[in-house]
Design a protein around this ligand. Structure first.
Ligand code: S3P
Length: 442
């Protein structure tokens, strides 16, 4: 049977046909990107062995592995099973090569914090997108702790040079709700004198805190403040990575907006700091069932069933934003299929993601006929033109823009050509296989 997705003449441009009757079937969502990164980082600085299963084999997480290998950590990867020989903080070795974090903000920001307190010199570089993303949000508080970090524009941009040394704990009040900032400071705090605390304006994802506990570290949480004592040792452990709700989001939206669909998504991480997309779907009226809820390694997991739905526009802003920040591109597509207007606000952080996602979402969805306008801190989507048109669109090297556009193609009236679809491998290498599996053709 001919599948919907076929490579065009140019390897980089994917032609997406629109002969879909519905999306039906069941898929196992690949491992969570945030949790996969952290499993390698904590495994590397722990004492003893850590075993990780359902590790995400996306480019970003493979970068984290390669950085720690360059720092002398012994890591064995066999499909999605990883074994890490913990080196402890003291076992990390100076790398004669530059650490290349690729497209990964999490690798870059968390590793700067982790390495600030280790007495070695490290150079770190990423791709073109990383080179534009602000690093002051971590280098500034880390410098307050005594870290010696330099980089372009006084440490705001890569390449970065880190000369690790002794650190002093701080009480940091972060102006942004960012798990990368919080985690970077907490990882530095692990190796600092005294206590380190981070207070955020809204709660961001708490995978670092949960995983630190799984490695035997003690933390105190009080409202929006997390605190830990320096000098604690971590002990290697076994980790089963839950499916990434941010990857599941593309199929949750696809199931809701493509006619005649019913999709089962298995083993999806349901950490409450990540489930904003579930709240939005339910509030918009989606037919969504949550089954088989359970806890694995301090993280809640469930199976989700989504059906084609009648949707209504809503307003999205405030506390929920950090709980769905990565899902906003696909929520914009969802909103285009709802009755009435959807307003997304308080989301200026979108401007400093892999791309400026206010610009890329608005620009690319407009190409397909969506009536959408940018605002200073989000966007407004008018659910008036439900039939999307075909056309040429571009991921701009941003995995989540690429996947959102591929789902949009499923409801377009003619062919969509997607440029730079390769970027999708950053977080969901088998995305098109899964989409093909679900497609029922007309
Ligand atoms: C992440 C935190 C979020 C998120 C990113 C992954 C993490 O970024 O957007 O995809 O793993 O900590 P911020 O901390 O910048 O909000």
């Amino acid at each position: 049977m001919e599948k919907m997705f076929s490579r065009g003449g140019n390897m980089d441009s994917l032609k997406l046909r629109t002969n879909i009757n519905g999306l039906n079937g069941s898929i196992d969502i690949p491992g969570d990107k945030s949790i996969s990164h952290r499993s390698i980082m904590l495994g590397a600085i722990a004492q003893g062995k850590t075993i990780v299963d359902n590790f995400l084999l996306g480019d970003d997480c493979l970068r984290t592995i390669s950085c720690f290998e360059k720092l002398g950590v012994n890591i064995r990867l066999d499909k999605d099973h990883v074994e890490i020989e913990g080196a402890g903080f003291d076992g990390l070795r100076e790398s004669f090569e530059v650490l290349d974090t690729g497209n990964s903000g999490t690798t870059t920001r968390l590793m700067v914090g982790l390495l600030s307190g280790v007495p070695i010199h490290t150079c770190m570089i990423g791709d073109e997108s990383i080179a534009k993303r602000p690093m002051k949000r971590v280098t500034e508080p880390l410098r307050q702790m005594g870290a010696k970090i330099d980089g372009r524009e006084d440490g705001n941009f890569t390449p970065l040079a880190i000369r690790g040394g002794s650190l002093q704990g701080i009480d940091y009040v972060s102006p942004v709700a960012s798990a990368q900032v919080k985690s970077s400071i907490l990882l530095a705090g692990l190796h600092a004198q005294g206590t380190t605390s981070v207070t955020e304006p809204h709660k961001s994802r708490d995978h670092t805190e949960r995983m630190l506990r799984a490695f035997g570290c003690e933390l105190e949480e009080d409202g929006l403040t997390v605190k830990l004592k320096g000098g604690q040792k971590l002990s290697g452990t076994n980790i089963l990575v839950p499916g990434d709700i941010s990857s599941a989001a593309f199929f949750l939206v696809a199931g809701a907006i493509v006619p005649n669909s019913r999709i089962i998504l298995k083993n999806v991480g349901m950490n409450p700091t990540r489930t904003g997309i579930i709240d939005v779907l339910l509030q918009m009226g989606a037919r969504l069932e949550i089954e088989n809820e359970r806890i694995k390694n301090n993280e809640p997991i469930a199976d989700l069933i989504i059906h084609t739905s009648e949707l209504t526009g809503i307003e999205i802003g405030g506390d929920i934003i950090p709980r769905l920040i990565d899902e906003i591109p696909v929520i914009a597509l969802l909103a285009s299929q709802a009755q009435g207007k959807t307003v997304i606000k308080d989301a200026a952080e979108l401007k400093v993601k892999e791309t400026n996602r206010i610009d890329t979402v608005v620009g690319e969805l407009s190409q397909l006929g969506v009536v959408i306008e940018p605002t200073d801190d989000g966007m407004i989507i008018y659910g008036e033109k439900k039939q999307l048109t075909g056309g040429k669109v571009d991921s701009h090297g941003d995995h989540r823009i690429g996947m959102m556009l591929a789902i949009a193609a499923c409801i377009a009236d003619s062919e969509v050509t997607l440029t730079d679809s390769e970027s999708i491998s950053v977080s969901y290498p088998n995305f098109f296989e899964h989409l093909d599996l679900l497609i029922e053709e007309k």
